[in-house]
Design a protein around this ligand. Structure first.
Ligand SMILES: NC(=O)c1ccc[n+]([C@@H]2O[C@H](COP(=O)([O-])OP(=O)(O)OC[C@H]3O[C@@H](n4cnc5c(N)ncnc54)[C@H](OP(=O)(O)O)[C@@H]3O)[C@@H](O)[C@H]2O)c1
Length: 328
């Protein structure tokens, strides 16, 4: 089968480490299912993997990809949950210290086929397009948990999203505005801010700009570049939910004094549980939300898709599509 995989690790030049070519069809262990993929979006995680973050030399070659939707051998149309708990784990799988994401220990979804634990399959609503379904498992699930499980906000509250164009940021704006939250975004680029407003954000500000009011919660995925602004933008008692640090995890100031003096809550957030994925899928289908897709390319053009993500030019998700019809 065709797949996009990490052939080596390259911290400085991750694009040099990705290959697109044939890989053996996967074997199906007991309790697992084969999915013939139809669509799978890329995530920053795929670039981190090529840089050796969370992926060791001993696991190479590794098929990349954490998002995905497709058809099982039995003909079920499914969306994949990417968090694989260790055997015997019960409860929230994201809290399992030995959990793993597809593409870390087991091959990922940027391929014509993938195998996953059968318990990790969520039914795809019939009306949902493959492209849309292939976007939900990672950035969208992360945004759902950040906003609805961890932020402690109610409709009418104002929520600041740091960054406008990334997969997590666009998902936050689309989910939050559909839920009646007033979503504000920052961006380094005026046009990207304007696009976020078209998507449902109430207002867009330049990165680091002083806001007209303090907000109830900040959704942070940029890290070092925006950390001080996130702390300064919150009301007393407000919440920062942090899921990533694209610009680095060592801010110039930790802002510890402001954090305790304003009694802020800082909450780490990683992916979501399979029950949150089910609720996300229902919410998106019921509200008619269409995740913003920057580009959809065939799997054979995965090199271009990676280049777009690495350049930071994408606004929304970059999706790969697969035409393997053997699951029909
Ligand atoms: N914990 C988890 O489970 C989880 C899940 C998904 C993602 N993540 C992490 O969350 C982060 C975001 O992921 P993503 O998929 O949305 O992709 P991404 O490509 O890392 O997101 C780029 C976003 O960050 C902003 N940005 C980047 N550098 C910036 C800088 N120097 N200053 C200000 N803004 C900057 C961009 O905003 P503008 O271009 O509009 O300025 C854009 O919105 C990544 O670090 C990823 O690893 C974590």
């Amino acid at each position: 089968m065709l797949a996009a995989y990490a052939a080596r690790l390259a911290r400085a030049d991750p694009l040099s480490a990705r290959e697109v070519g044939p890989r053996p069809d996967p074997q199906v262990p007991d309790g697992w299912s084969r999915v013939h993929l139809r669509a799978a979006a890329l995530n920053r995680h795929d670039l981190w993997s090529l840089q050796g973050v969370g992926l060791g030399e001993d696991k190479l070659p590794m098929i990349l990809g954490c998002d995905g939707a497709g058809v099982t051998d039995e003909g079920r149309e499914v969306i994949l949950h990417s968090v694989v708990p260790s055997p015997g784990w019960s409860g929230d799988e994201t809290l399992d210290p030995r959990r793993t994401l597809l593409s870390e220990l087991y091959d990922g979804t940027l391929a014509e086929q993938v195998v996953v634990p059968t318990a990790n399959l969520v039914p795809k609503p019939e009306s949902m397009s493959w492209e849309l379904a292939g976007c939900l498992s990672t950035a969208w699930l992360t945004a759902y948990r950040m906003l609805f499980s961890n932020a402690g906000v109610s409709p009418g509250d104002t929520v600041l999203v740091q960054g406008a164009g990334g997969g997590v940021s666009t998902a936050l704006v689309q989910l939050g505005s559909a839920a009646g939250l007033r979503m504000w975004v920052t961006s380094r680029d005026e046009q990207r801010g304007a696009r976020a407003v078209e998507l449902g954000a109430d207002r867009a500000f330049a990165s680091g700009e002083r806001l007209p009011d303090r907000v109830t919660a900040v959704m942070e995925s940029v890290g070092a570049a925006t950390w001080s602004h996130s702390v300064n933008s919150l009301k007393p008692g407000g919440t920062i939910v942090i899921c990533g640090a694209t610009s680095g995890d060592a801010p110039a100031k930790a802002e510890l004094t402001k954090i305790f003096f304003k009694q802020l809550r800082v909450i780490g957030s990683t992916m979501g549980s399979i029950s949150e994925l089910r609720r996300l899928v229902d919410f998106v289908a019921r509200e008619g939300i269409t995740p913003v897709v920057d580009q959809a390319l065939p799997l054979s053009e995965a090199r271009d898709a990676f280049a777009r993500l690495a350049a930071g030019d994408n606004f929304g998700k970059v999706v790969l599509t697969m035409n393997d019809a053997t699951g029909d």
